[in-house]
Write a protein that binds this ligand. Sequence first.
Ligand code: 13P
Ligand code: SF4
Length: 317
Amino acid sequence: MGVENSMSTDQLKQEILRLKKEKKAVILAHYYQQGPIQDIADHIGDSLALARYAATLDDARIVVLCGVHFMGETAKLLCPDKKVLVPDADAGCSLADSCPADSFAEFIKEHPGHTVVSYVNTSVGVKALTDILVTSGNARRIIDAMPEDSKIIFGPDRNLGNYINSVTGRNMVLWDGACHVHEKFSVEKILELKKTHPEAKILVHPECKRAVVLLADKVGSTAALLDFARESEASEFIVATESGILHQMRKDCPGKTFIPAPPDDATTCGCNDCGYMKLNTLEKLYACLRDETPEITVDPELAEAARRPIERMLEMS
Ligand code: 13P
Ligand code: SF4
């Protein structure tokens, strides 16, 4: 057991802040991280915002990406001269795993003449096969900007792909992947909740199934859902995305009520946790800053090809 496991939360926070300064480190955290990690981060955001921050961190020597592995890889691609750390190297992503690069390469071969658009939740190998990357925050805008007669492959999320097809009128060919957290929200249980909270607005991430998206008052990335909650005059919201976002919603909107949408298999609670995101803890954040590990590395042969579609995305968004 490391010394970090016997430290109090306050001691951990103090040490993290001290090490951060001493080592010229910047902490970036996704909205799905545990509350204390969001609270200590220099910047919190959705995947798009985190990529943007990573692209502009001139003074830092170390970037600690509190999120999942592909987010660390994106940061490393955007700042190759910096040391990029993640608190837990096992923080993967079921959606990225649903699209192995060799199978995706076959899929591309089966659809000659198509532009390859990939969601950022992918491995470096898939990014290297991609023409342009998108996040849930800019996918619609980027697809809308492409010529109307473009033939497009979209991977790996069939739910986001279906949603973008429905709002843009495109007919993108979809890779059949999904996120295990977003796939499991229950239409019936959301409708039951709506009976007891008739005024509640339903906020839905586009990684959810179409039947859930159809119930939404607002569909959007984590940042877009948070903005909607801040600006809305409603006082109650049913939230169909990973539970970490509730921390920021409750913090930013005191007096408003946020109810997690129940998943299909919920018994007594509405815990919509992404087990990968929740692997990161304050203890591991402290240890990773202290020991400067686990470090994200990217295969140099793939790095250049993988960086190009990210840069294209940032130019277009
Ligand atoms: P955002 O693009 O909203 O940050 O979503 C990332 C993600 O992993 C959703 O599951
Ligand atoms: Fe991946 Fe889903 Fe977790 Fe997001 S919530 S990181 S898509 S497994």
